[in-house]
Design a protein around this ligand. Structure first.
Ligand code: C5P
Length: 244
């Protein structure tokens, strides 16, 4: 299925329609943005690396019963996905305090959370993706109470699978963002991508707070070696997926 019409262009991906109405084509871009697109740049090779990493992680999760939008990859930076109606929510799961959690609570960077924290943000660039409360989310009818419970449970289950998998790669899964959509049967499916753009990943054998970073924080904080870090994550995931 070749890409036909441009359906949507986001910061990191372009979505095309295909000949089949229920299938879309996602093109992963090298473009990088941070801080609600106030910082822009390019990470050479990122499109292909993130496409491959997302493929391997979606397949890993599918094998464990998590429903995703993934179908296949017709090219290194292209992914065929099931058409879903994306819920305008960013579901963030945190195992270790970093980023906005530290900024908004004062918890020191690196604090290990006693239990994973699930947060819901309103996916809205104009409003700056604000953190929602459960009641605000329901008030705005962004999901039903049943869907909200399912999202929470799936996010925690995905966190257990991904944390275990990354641990086997020598990588600590600090936090990550998920997006979900509803398919034609109104079933919740994991969508978007899972990559170093959307996860905080720390090299487990490195204690230096700058050297350990293997994710988009290298770009956000100008730590350098962004391409290398992303490539390292892919290589470790490939090694681990062959072994399992
Ligand atoms: O910035 P914050 O600490 O809230 O980010 C938590 C996690 O969600 C990080 O892994 C970050 O990369 C991811 N995230 C994302 N897209 C956003 C906001 C956060 O992928 N718009």
């Amino acid at each position: 299925s070749v890409g036909k019409n441009l359906l949507y262009e986001g910061k990191a991906k372009i979505i095309y329609t295909t000949d089949e109405p229920e299938i879309l084509l996602a093109h992963f871009k090298d473009d990088a943005t941070a801080f609600n697109a106030q910082k822009r740049g390019r990470i050479v090779g990122k499109g292909e690396i993130n496409c491959k990493i997302s493929q391997l992680l979606f397949q890993y999760l599918e094998e464990r019963g998590i429903r995703t939008h993934f179908i296949d990859c017709p090219a290194p930076n292209q992914m065929r996905v099931m058409r879903v109606q994306i819920l305008p929510l960013e579901v963030v799961v945190r195992n270790i305090a970093a980023g906005s959690l530290c900024q908004q609570t004062g918890l020191p960077l690196g604090t290990i959370l006693k239990q994973p924290l699930v947060e819901f943000y309103y996916k809205n660039d104009q409003l700056g993706d604000p953190l929602l409360t459960r009641d605000r989310l329901l008030l705005m009818e962004l999901a039903t109470p049943e869907q909200l419970d399912q999202l929470q449970q799936q996010a925690l289950q995905i966190n257990r699978y991904l944390s275990e998998f990354f641990q086997s790669c020598g990588i600590t899964l600090v936090d990550f963002k998920l997006e979900f959509g509803l398919d034609a049967q109104a079933t919740i499916r994991l969508a978007d991508e899972i990559s170093p753009d959307t996860c905080r990943l720390w090299n487990s054998s490195e204690t230096d707070p700058n050297n350990r970073v293997m994710d988009k924080d290298r770009f956000r904080r100008d730590l350098g070696n962004v391409e290398n870090a992303y490539q390292q994550v892919l290589e470790r995931i490939q090694m681990s997926s062959q072994g399992s």
